[in-house]
Design a protein around this ligand. Structure first.
Ligand code: PEP
Ligand code: MG
Length: 591
């Protein structure tokens, strides 16, 4: 049913990716499988077996239907998945076991199927053979489909098969799902939960589509087919916008079009302040095909290549060769501009279906990033070798995420040295002088920056995590978003401390978290002495615009004030004041 919301209704959330779009919404419902064991009488058994068989038939029809619909566009690996699902669906051993549980334990079909397939999944997950291990993920997928049918849960929409442009609405969208969204069909999205620097939000910026998170319950209130306008500047979703609202947004679109023109004019200009201070402005990317946007927006290379999306958006782990090709292609396309490749940052809110990492109570404090890599040397070394091989292009640098102290850095560097020795033996070329950096995103790393600086060629401050870890405010949780304050004095002091430690040791320090792409905060970072800002390609223009209009002296004054203030709100207000005075046209966002 659609259209039950009468008249215009405004839902508010957190704006995480700028822009406005309008269109029909598609609501992604949460898959819920409440498996409860029901005791049945003996006469109910045949009926329950029939129900199970019927669900199998229904599932088979659905899979063949999807397979048929996408036959033209499917790659062979996707076709294989469907074939594997169909084969499992006919597995007599599994079917017999389910029927046995229904018969002997007098259990309901959903309980029986869930129990039997769970047993299978556990066995598959623990076998040595990698191929068989991968089948566990297939069986989990299939189990979910069969349970949907047994429990009459509405089919979860397959995002690869959207047929017309829409605004996606969901309780949440995982970064791996977001990474696979097709911009031609997804105009923007809004979710019930989420934070400003979650990886889902970051990916929306990368895709350059409007996004709003933390709207609390829209996924319950809206229906597929409702018409809405999504405002990624002000963080609102307006269902059934009136003509007056649409007119106001039409005016805003005109203002934005003229701003875009202005910004386009400076895309080939340098990022230099009015009084001659240059800052390096580079881009954050997640995929090879983001390179075009880097070039279009005139970024000076890549300051952060988040490589984990090579790992989570595919059916199997990328090999050294697969990775090498991507890294080399990115480096070759941007030569001679530098490309900083970050070693894989899995964990936290980014998981690979392939690695089957166990669920953790505190994933952001757990087995993430460099911790994971040091514990999985095979995965780490394949990536290091791929990056080193790509460094033969001459413009590649590399950095490690989540360094917490000197030990991790030393261990990681030792792996690099081993890989270099191997490549030398194998006579495979690489850049002997490839620069290596450490991300500073844990307070402990900032506080020992002096020691770390002696072991690396640069620092890149990951403010998204630095803020979350310093203020103990989960970056993906809208309930604590009021505590997630980039202008908190503790954050600014840590940034200043890191930058000073870098400079004292003759290396540079950049910032690659979301604050680097915020024109309100860019002058403050400049004033704190940051040498490089790296942001989503779509954010580069506005940052450059403000840098070119501000004086370094003003930025220094702002930083001095900020370092003495104890109030995040007061510091933020000062930043806003300077930004609005310097570049008012960047802030005309109200419809
Ligand atoms: C950061 O933490 O600021 C950062 C750039 O890394 P990520 O957002 O991928 O965690
Ligand atoms: Mg980080």
């Amino acid at each position: 049913m659609s259209g039950h919301i009468k008249g215009e209704k405004v839902y508010r959330g957190i704006a995480v990716s700028a822009g406005v779009c309008r269109g029909k919404v598609v609501v992604l419902h949460r898959a819920r499988h409440a498996i409860v064991r029901r005791e049945m009488g003996p006469d109910e058994v045949p009926q329950e077996i029939k129900r199970f068989e019927h669900a199998l038939v229904r599932t088979r029809q659905q899979i063949t239907e999807v397979q048929r619909r996408v036959a033209d566009t499917m790659s062979s690996s996707e076709a294989d998945i469907f074939d594997a699902h169909l084969l499992m669906l006919e597995d007599r051993v599994l079917i017999e076991e389910v029927i046995k549980i229904i018969r002997e334990q007098k259990a309901n079909a959903d309980y029986a199927f869930h129990t039997a397939s769970d047993r299978y999944i556990t066995v598959l997950e623990t076998v040595e053979d990698e191929y068989l291990r991968e089948r566990a993920a297939d069986l989990r997928d299939l189990t979910s489909r069969v349970l949907d049918n047994l429990l009459n849960v509405k089919q979860q929409l397959d995002l690869r098969h959207l047929t017309e442009p829409c605004i996606l609405i969901g309780h949440d969208l995982s970064p791996s799902t977001t990474a696979q969204l097709d911009k031609n069909f997804v105009l923007g999205f809004a979710t019930d939960i989420g934070g400003k620097t979650s990886h889902t939000a970051i990916l929306a910026k990368s895709l350059d589509i409007p996004a709003v998170v933390g709207t609390q319950n829209i996924s319950e209130e809206l229906d597929t087919g409702d018409y809405a306008l999504l405002d990624g500047y002000n963080g609102t979703l307006i269902v059934n916008p009136t003509d007056a609202t649409l007119f106001e947004y039409g005016q805003l679109a005109k203002i934005k079009a003229s701003l875009t023109e202005k910004l386009r004019e400076i895309q080939r200009q340098p990022a230099v302040t009015l009084d001659g201070q240059a800052i390096h402005l580079s881009a954050n990317i997640e995929h090879l095909n983001d390179v075009q946007a880097v070039i279009n927006h005139g970024a000076e290379g890549v300051g952060l290549f988040r490589t984990e999306f090579l790992f989570i958006s595919r059916e199997s782990l990328p090999s050294e060769g697969d990775q090498y090709q991507v890294y080399r292609d990115v480096a070759a396309a941007l030569k001679p501009q530098p490309v900083i490749i970050r070693t894989v940052d899995l964990g936290g809110d980014k998981f690979s279906s392939q690695l089957q990492l166990a669920k953790e109570v505190n994933p952001f404090l757990g087995w993430r990033a460099i911790r994971f890599c040091l514990a999985q040397p095979e995965v780490f070394r394949a990536q290091l070798r791929a990056i080193l091989r790509a460094s033969a292009e001459g413009n590649v640098k590399m950095m490690y995420p989540m360094i917490s102290g000197l030990d991790e850095l030393t261990q990681a560097n030792a792996h690099v040295e081993k890989c270099k020795a191997e490549l030398r033996d194998e006579k495979i070329p690489f850049d002997e002088k490839m620069e290596i950096g450490a991300m500073i995103e844990i307070p402990s790393a900032a506080l020992v920056a002096g020691a770390l600086a002696k072991k690396v060629n640069f620092f890149s401050i990951g403010s998204n995590d630095l803020i979350q870890y310093t203020l103990a405010a989960d970056r993906t949780n809208e309930k604590v978003s009021h505590l997630y304050e980039p202008t908190h004095p503790a954050i600014l002091r840590l940034i200043k401390f890191t930058v000073d430690a870098a400079h004292a040791n003759g290396i540079w320090a950049g910032v690659c978290g979301e604050i680097a792409g915020d024109p309100v905060l860019a002058p403050l970072l400049l004033g704190l002495g940051v040498d490089e800002l790296s942001a989503a390609p779509s954010a580069i223009d506005s940052v450059k615009y403000i840098i070119r209009r501000v004086k370094n002296a003003e930025a220094r004054q702002l930083a001095e004030f900020a370092l003495q203030s104890e109030s995040p709100a007061e510091i933020f207000a000062r930043c806003q004041e300077l930004a609005r005075q310097t570049a008012p046209s960047l802030f005309e966002n109200k419809a």
